[in-house]
Design a protein around this ligand. Structure first.
Ligand code: AMP
Length: 210
């Protein structure tokens, strides 16, 4: 599982990591956004929480993720991104399928703010770009699938502050939870991924092989 403040870059690192390790990338945020896009019942239930930068309630999130993680494509292994997000979700995960390793990505506050403010994402395939650090080849268009790039509502300044506070309040206890289990490895990532991709990937592999 990957852990780290919003904007630390865990989505970007993880999508490259899963390709390398031939694992599946399961992001609870992507599952929610996909449902919102498809206007499903779930999408309608969670839309407001996400737009306001609040956590989706556990009674929705936990059964959804339990169902997803017991699907066949998860049998060969997965990297979780965005779930568990609090201790009750972590306890649910312990019962379902205990994690092997938790990577905790860290960066300085100003680095995080810069990354979140400039993040743009593909409407079709969820690929992540950054206006300055990781721009697409063609403005507004996804390099991977040609989809339209947009700024998530929860990457706008008023939601950013809320998400960072929420992260501290609800997610930091996870760090304690997993560090007590001896599963936590820290990876410091103040560098830009576009110019220091190899350096960051080497740090991640070092933490995994530890
Ligand atoms: P993310 O893409 O991980 O930043 O998630 C975007 C938003 O989806 C979060 O700000 C929450 O509103 C919601 N969300 C994602 N994962 C969870 C989770 N495990 N528990 C509750 N809400 C979540």
């Amino acid at each position: 599982m990957v852990l780290g403040s919003p904007g630390v870059g865990k989505g970007t690192y993880t999508s490259d990591l899963v390709k390398k390790l031939k694992l599946i990338h399961i992001s609870s945020g992507d599952i929610f956004r996909d449902n919102i896009k498809r206007e499903t019942k779930l999408g309608k239930e969670v839309e407001e929480f996400i737009a306001e930068g609040k956590l989706v309630p556990d009674k929705i999130t936990i059964p959804l993720m339990e169902k997803r993680l017991t699907e066949k494509d998860c049998q060969k292994g997965f990297v979780l991104d965005g779930f568990p997000r609090n201790v009750s979700q972590a306890e649910a995960m312990e019962k379902l399928d205990p994690l092997d390793l938790v990577l905790n990505f860290k960066a300085n506050h100003e680095v995080i703010m810069g990354r979140l403010g400039g993040r743009i994402i593909c409407r079709q395939c969820s690929h992540i770009f950054h206006l300055i650090n990781l721009p697409p080849k063609k403005k507004g268009v996804c390099d991977a699938c040609g989809g339209e790039l947009y700024q998530r509502d929860d990457d706008k300044p008023e939601a950013i502050e809320k998400r960072l506070k929420l992260y501290e309040d609800q997610t930091l206890p996870l760090i304690k939870f997993y560090s007590e289990k001896g599963l936590l490895k820290e990876v410091l990532v103040n560098e830009d991924y576009s110019t220091h991709k190899k350096v960051i990937q080497a740090k991640i592999m070092k933490a995994i092989k530890g």
